[in-house]
Ligand binder design. Sequence first.
Ligand code: PHE
Length: 454
Amino acid sequence: MSEQAHMARGRWSSRMAFILAATGSAVGLGNIWKFPYIAGENGGGAFVLVYLICIALIGIPIMMSEVMIGRRGRLSPINTMALLAKSEGANPRWKWLGVMGVVAGFLILSYYSVIAGWALYYVLEAGSGVFTQASPEKIKSVFDGMVGSPATLLFWHTVFMAMTMFVVARGVSQGLEKAVTTLMPGLFVILLGLLVYSFFEADFSRGVEFLFAADFSKLSGEAILTAMGHAFFTLSLGMGAIMIYGSYLPDDVSIAKTAVIVSVLDTAVALVAGLVIFPIVFANGLEAGAGPGLVFQTLPIAFGQMPGGVIIATLFFIMLVFAAWTSAISLIEPAVAWYGEKFGSSRTKAAVVTGFVTWLIGVGSALSFNVWGDPLLFGKNFFDLLDFLTANIMLPLGGLFIAIFAAWVMHRRTAREALEMRDGALFHLWHFLVRYVTPVAVLLIFLQAIGVIG
Ligand code: PHE
C-alpha cells in the first residue's frame, strides 16, 4: 500500500492512541452497567473468578489474534478475512466470519444505543437534582416513567446514534482518535474520584467481600456461560471491532504487550466500577441483585441521600455516556469501513447508511421496554433475545472461529511474523492457548449451557 493509501485509510498516530482506542472500545456499558448487575445476579465472588479466568485464558490470546489478523489484512474484517484466507491457501468462505462480525456489530449497537440513551437521560435528571432526598418509590417511578415511554427512549436512542455517527463520519484520526484521547482520560479521572468516595464514605469492605469471596454453590451452568460471554463482550472480542482497530495499528507496535495492557485496564475498570457501586448499594441497605436497573434504580437512591450527591450522580452518568460512546464507535466501525471499501463512498455516507440501519433495529429494543415487552421466544423479549444471541452466542462463536483461523488455518510462521514475536516461550504459550485451550473451553461451555454435559 502506498503512503497515500495509508493516509486515506487512516492510522493511529501512536501506540498510545491505539491503546486508548482499544480500551475505549473495551470499557463500556459492559463494565459499568452490565458487569456489576450480572455479578450481583450470579452471587458475586465465584462468578467473578470464572470471569477473570476467561479473560486470562481466552480473552487475551483472542485479542492478540484479532489485532494480528487485522494488522496483517489492513482492511475491514470481511475483506481482511477474504484476503488472508487467500494468502494462506484456505477456503474463501472464511470471509463469512467477517460478515457475522459486522452483523453482530449492528445488532449489539442497536440495543447498546438504547441503554446509552438511558444514561444520557440520567445525566439531565441527576444534574437537575431529581434524586435529592427522593424516596425509593419516587426513583423507581423516574425509571419506570422513562422506560415506559417509547417517545423518551426513541428520542435518546436517536441522540446517542447521532453522537456516534458524528464521530465515525470524521474518520480515524479526526474522529475516532480525537474522541478517545479526550474522553478516556476524563473517564479515568471520574472513576478514580468515585472510588475515593466509595472508599471513605461507603461500606467498602462489604463491597470487597461481595466481589471477591467465592461461594461456588451459587454458580450455575448458565452463570458460567454468562461469565464467558461477558469476557468476550467486555473485551469487544469475536466481532471484528478489535480487528478493525488492529488494521489501523502502526507496524512496529508490540501486539502482545498492548493486548495485555488493554485487557488489564478493562478488567480493572470493571472491578473498580464494582467497588464504586456495591459499597454505595450496601451502605444504603439496598440489594445487589437488582438486575439491569442496578445503576439506574438502586444507585440513584444512594446518590439522593449523600452529601454532594447531585455532583457525584451527574459525574457518574457522564462517565457512563463517555464509556458507551467510545465503545459504540468501535461497534459500527467494521461496517463503515466495509461499506467504504465496497461502494467507494465517503465516510459520511457510510456512517449515515449504517447508522440508519442500526437505529432502525434499535427501535425494536426501545419498544421492548414498553409496548412490545411480551416474550417473543424462550420467554425473552426482543431486547433480551438480542442481548443473549449476541453476547452469549455470536461473540463466543466468532471468537472460536478466530482462534481456529489464527492457530489452525494460518501458518505458524505467518502468525508469528504478523505478531512480530520471537520463536520463544511466549509465542509458544500464545499458540498453545489459541490452538487448544480457547476452542475447547468455548465448546465445553457451550455444551454445558445447552445441557449436553452436566
Ligand atoms: N466492550 C464493550 C462494553 O463492554 C461492548 C462491545 C462489544 C464493544 C463488542 C465493541 C464490540 O461495553
